[in-house]
Design a protein around this ligand. Structure first.
Ligand SMILES: Nc1ncnc2c1ncn2[C@@H]1O[C@H](COP(=O)(O)OP(=O)(O)OP(=O)(O)O)[C@@H](O)[C@H]1O
Ligand SMILES: [Mg+2]
Length: 343
C-alpha cells in the first residue's frame, strides 16, 4: 500500500452531509462496488468479482477470515490500492474518474496506528486538517469537538506516545473525522484491544453513525458486528459468500442459545430435556442450546420440576460465530457456489 495522499481541494463544510441535498441523495448508495477484481503482482487473486452496496446512514460490517480480501477491498475503495477491474462509486462518484472528489467523501482508520507518537493530539488533528486544506481556525474548532467526543480533550496537549492503547485508537478515529467524511471506513479498529476499551469505542462509533455518517468496518470480532451493524457481507477467498441484514442472517440459524442465571446453587445433575443441550457454566449459570422451534415453556417446566428457578435469561452471543463458520468453513464450498449462482 502507498501513503494516504490527500485530495487537492478543501473538504466540505461541517456536517454538510447531515442534510441530504435532495431526496435523490438518499437513494444514491454511499458505496457501490460492481464486479471488483484484484490480482496482485505475483498472481494472488485477492478479489474475484465482489459486488456490494451500502446505503447512506448504514452501519455495515465486512467479515471474513484472514486473507479473505477485506483490506484489499478497503484499500481500493480508499484509493490506496489499484483495482484490476470493476467499478467503485462513493455517493455516486466514480473513484476511477474523480479520485479527489471521492476521497473527500471518506475517512479511513487503518488497522495500524500511524500518527507521529512525538506529536500532541491537538497538533495531529490540526495538521491532518491542514493537509486537507481546512483553514486553521476551522481546524481548531473541529479538533476540540473531535477530541471531546473521543474523551481526549484532557490529553490534547500531551505527548501522544504517553496515551494508552485505547486512547491511541480513539485518536485515530478523531483524526479521520476531522474532514467530516460522509463515509467512515475502519479496518479492524478494535484489533487487540480489551473488551472494555472496545465497548467504549463502540459507543463513539454509534454516536458518529447516529449523527449521520455512514460506517463500514471490518472486524474479526463477530460480537462487534452483531452489536453495531445493521447489514453485513461475509467475504471469503475473494468472494462474497453472504450478505444482507444482520437480523435476517441471524434468523437463519436454526439453533438458539441462551444463558440462564439461576437463583440457588445448581443441582449436581441437570435435567434431561430432549432436543436441548444444557451445560453448567458455574454454580449459578447454565448455557442452553435448543432448536428455534422448541417451546421455551417446556424448558422452563423441566427446570422448574428439577427445582431450578431462573432469575434471568439472555441470548448467547456466539450465533454469528456459528453462521460464520458455516459460511466459510471447508464444507461450505457448495453453498458458496449456489449463493453466487443465485446472485
Ligand atoms: N500487497 C500485496 N501483494 C501481494 N499479495 C497481497 C498484497 N496484499 C494482500 N495480498 C494477498 O491478498 C489476499 C487478501 O489479503 P487482504 O489483506 O485483503 O485480506 P484480509 O481479509 O484483509 O485479511 P486479514 O483479516 O488477515 O487482514 C491474501 O492472500 C494476501 O496475501
Ligand atoms: Mg486485513
Amino acid at each position: 500500500m502507498t501513503d494516504h495522499t490527500p485530495p487537492s481541494a478543501v473538504a466540505g463544510t461541517p456536517a454538510a452531509h447531515a442534510t441530504p441535498a435532495s431526496p435523490d441523495a438518499e437513494r444514491v448508495p454511499a458505496l457501490s462496488v460492481q464486479d471488483l477484481h484484484k490480482t496482485y503482482d505475483g498472481g494472488v487473486q485477492a478479489l474475484k468479482g465482489v459486488s456490494l452496496e451500502v446505503r447512506p446512514g448504514d452501519f455495515y460490517a465486512l467479515l471474513g477470515p484472514n486473507g479473505a480480501g477485506k483490506s484489499t477491498l478497503i484499500g481500493i475503495v480508499s484509493s490506496l490500492v489499484n483495482k484490476t477491474s470493476g467499478q467503485v462509486r462513493l455517493f455516486g462518484v466514480d473513484i476511477a474518474t474523480d479520485r479527489d472528489a471521492a476521497m473527500r467523501l471518506i475517512g479511513l482508520v487503518p488497522q495500524e496506528i500511524n500518527f507521529n507518537m512525538f506529536e500532541k493530539p491537538l497538533d495531529i488533528l490540526t495538521n491532518y486538517a491542514g493537509f486537507y486544506g481546512i483553514p486553521r481556525a476551522e481546524a481548531l474548532v473541529r479538533a476540540e469537538e473531535e477530541l471531546k467526543r473521543a474523551q481526549l480533550w484532557g490529553k490534547a496537549r500531551t505527548m501522544s506516545r504517553t496515551l494508552s492503547g485505547g486512547m491511541k485508537r480513539r485518536l485515530m478515529i478523531a483524526r479521520a473525522m476531522m474532514t467530516r467524511p460522509r463515509l467512515l471506513i475502519l479496518d479492524e479498529p478494535t484489533a487487540g484491544v480489551d473488551i472494555e476499551i472496545r465497548r467504549g469505542m463502540w459507543e463513539t462509533l454509534r454516536e458518529i453513525n447516529a449523527a449521520g455518517t455512514t460506517i463500514i468496518l471490518t472486524t474479526h470480532y463477530l460480537e462487534e458486528a452483531e452489536s453495531l451493524c445493521r447489514n453485513l457481507a461475509i467475504i471469503d477467498h475473494g468472494r462474497i459468500v453472504e450478505q444482507g441484514p444482520m437480523r435476517a442472517l441471524l434468523a437463519r440459524l436454526d439453533v438458539e442459545g441462551f444463558v440462564l442465571d439461576v437463583a440457588d446453587t445448581l443441582p449436581e445433575a441437570l435435567p434431561d430435556i430432549p432436543g436441548a443441550k444444557l451445560v453448567k457454566r458455574d454454580a449459578h449459570t447454565v448455557a442452553i442450546d435448543m432448536p428455534r422451534a422448541m417451546d421455551l415453556n417446556r424448558v422452563f417446566a423441566s427446570l422448574d420440576a428439577a427445582g431450578i428457578r431462573v432469575r434471568s435469561m439472555r441470548p448467547k452471543t456466539n450465533r454469528l460465530e456459528e453462521l460464520f463458520v458455516r459460511m466459510t468453513g471447508p464444507q461450505a464450498g457448495n453453498e458458496t457456489a449456489t449463493t453466487e449462482a443465485a446472485a
